[in-house]
Structures are given as structure tokens and as C-alpha cells.
Design a protein around this ligand. Structure first.
Ligand code: SAM
Length: 290
């Protein structure tokens, strides 16, 4: 199936589907606003505990004492909450999706008065240079069309000496669920369509930071398997967390029918294991002494 995906991506070069980066971004935004399916409304209910687990792995060993922190692609706030727990003085939660920000705001009581929200695009952050002591982003890079630009933006808004920390989807991330979905969905709607999904190797994310001259860079990759009671539960989880982005190219009246068919396929084939694969890299912006 990976070969087929690659072949389809090459086809998308010919059909120019892969060049439409702003279209991809718009489809992801719509996905996380629930336009293609209602699954995303279950994001926290079905998936927050696993997002929290990834976020804890990503931020392990990092202190945010007294810091002003920006969480880019905050979703419902998994990383932001850990930064607050670990001493951050002020956390700004930024996301492209109004729906995800609304969900994050619903948890405001858990945080402090210095917990604020901003609808933004990771590739064009609406902040001045050097605004934050730490800029973090978790499990968002996999859906950003221009990951280099996003890293440059994170570094730009970090203070000299500030932390920049990226957690991204690794190559095996949710592969069982993606594979099952691709086998099952009606392929005529996605032929020549470059999926809005760009998982990365640890080496790639690390190199992004190295090329931007960050200092004291560290990286790691952590893989684990999540087991669900049955295929239905695995499908519901996957559809909620990924916002059913693959329905972007489906006619609206086909989405529901296809969702039922795909969910049944998960059950029939007993797809109840979903691998998590997270790659993390972080470093510090050099202090300019000139
Ligand atoms: C898989 S969720 C991860 C959310 C959160 N960081 C977590 O770990 O739970 C990906 C998030 O990235 C957001 N996102 C996607 N494209 C974005 C962009 N260009 N700028 C900002 N946020 C974006 C989505 O709206 C979604 O909330």
C-alpha cells in the first residue's frame, strides 16, 4: 500500500495536485473544524489521553519555569497544559482551527489567567521576533505543507537563547489505520490527490533545526502500539484524531456512506492495533552577541 501511495503522489505531481499547498492547508483547517465529518467532535473524548502521552514524551525533561510559551498547532491544548504544569508563566495556544481552539478554551479553568488563544497559521506567525522564551509544537508538522517555513517562523518568534521544540508524526504513525482506510475508501475520489499528510523521519526534523543553526540540538524517536477493544473503536479513534481529512475530496453525500463502510472494514479485518510513532527534536536559538 505504501508503494501505491507513493505512485499516487507521483501522479499528483503530474496533475499538479501536490503543488496546491494553500489548498492542502485549507482542507486540513476544514477537517479540524468538522466540515468533512463529525468525528473531530470526539477528539478529546476518544484521543486526548494518547495526545497527552505523546506530549509528555515530547516535553520530558524540559522546564518552562517562568517562561512565556507559544504552542503552535495546539489542538485542544495537550502540550500547553504540560508547559503550565511545568512552571510556564504565560502560555499562548495557537491553532488554525477555530473548533480546536474552542475545545482548548473549554479547559481554561485548569490553566491560569495567563492562558490565551490565537487563531493562526504556523507558516506565518502573527508575533514579533523574539516574543517567546519557548516555542513548541506537537503532532502538527505532519499536516503542514511547508514544514521548513514553519520551523523558521518558530525560530523567528523565539527569543535569543529560547527553546524551539518540534514533535512530529514519524513514518509508522497510525499506519495500520491509514492502510486499512486506503484499502477501503472509494479510490476514484483520491486518484492523483496528494494527501495532506507528510510524516517525517527523525533525521529530517533534526536537520531542519540544524540548518537553522539552533544550538544544543537533541532528538529522539518513540514508537508504541495502542490496542483497542475492536476495529470499531480503532476506527472511531483514528477518524476523530485525524479529522477524517481523507474525505476532503469526496462529494459530501458519499462521506457518510464511506465512513460506515470503512468502519465495518476495520471490524471485519480486526484492525485494533494502531501504532504511535513520534519524532522529537529541540534546540536553542543562539544568543546574538553582536
Ligand atoms: C493532530 S492535531 C495535534 C494537536 C496538539 N498539538 C496535540 O498534540 O494534541 C494537529 C493540529 O494542528 C492544527 N493545524 C493544522 N494546520 C495548521 C496550521 N497551518 N497552523 C496552525 N495549526 C494547524 C490542527 O487544527 C490541529 O489542531
Amino acid at each position: 500500500m505504501k508503494l501505491l501511495v507513493e505512485a499516487n503522489n507521483i501522479l499528483s505531481l503530474i496533475t499538479r495536485g501536490s503543488g496546491d499547498l494553500s489548498g492542502m492547508k485549507e482542507r486540513i483547517k476544514k477537517g479540524y473544524e468538522g466540515e468533512f465529518s463529525q468525528h473531530v467532535h470526539q477528539y478529546d473524548g476518544l484521543g486526548y489521553h494518547l495526545q497527552d502521552r505523546s506530549a509528555r514524551i515530547q516535553l520530558e525533561g524540559l522546564s518552562f519555569d517562568g517562561m512565556r510559551v507559544l504552542d503552535v498547532g495546539c489542538g485542544t491544548g495537550a502540550l500547553a497544559h504540560i508547559a503550565l504544569e511545568n512552571g510556564a508563566e504565560r502560555v499562548v495556544c495557537g491553532d488554525i482551527s477555530a473548533f480546536m481552539l474552542k475545545e482548548a478554551k473549554g479547559k481554561e479553568a485548569v490553566g491560569s489567567v495567563d492562558y490565551t488563544f490565537c487563531q493562526l497559521d504556523a507558516e506565518d506567525l502573527p508575533y514579533k521576533d523574539g516574543s517567546f522564551h519557548a516555542v513548541i509544537s506537537g503532532m502538527t508538522f505532519g499536516v503542514l505543507p511547508n514544514q521548513r517555513l514553519a520551523v523558521e517562523e518558530m525560530i523567528r518568534v523565539a527569543k535569543p537563547g529560547g527553546l524551539v521544540c518540534v514533535g512530529a508524526h514519524g513514518p509508522e504513525h497510525y499506519w495500520e489505520a491509514i492502510d486499512a482506510t486506503l484499502r477501503c475508501i472509494n479510490k476514484r475520489y483520491v486518484l492523483g490527490y496528494r494527501f495532506e499528510w507528510w510524516p517525517r523521519k527523525e533525521r529530517y526534523i533534526r536537520r531542519l533545526l540544524e540548518k537553522s543553526n539552533l544550538e544544543r540540538i537533541r532528538s529522539k524517536r518513540v514508537i508504541w502500539r495502542n490496542e483497542f477493544n475492536d476495529g470499531y473503536s480503532a476506527y472511531d479513534f483514528f477518524a476523530a484524531i485525524s479529522s477524517s481529512w481523507w474525505y476532503a475530496k469526496f462529494p459530501p453525500d458519499e462521506r457518510k456512506k464511506d465512513s460506515i463502510r470503512t468502519r465495518d472494514y476495520f471490524k471485519r479485518k480486526n484492525v485494533n492495533i494502531v501504532t504511535d510513532d513520534i519524532v522529537v527534536a529541540y534546540g536553542y536559538k543562539p544568543i546574538d552577541i553582536t
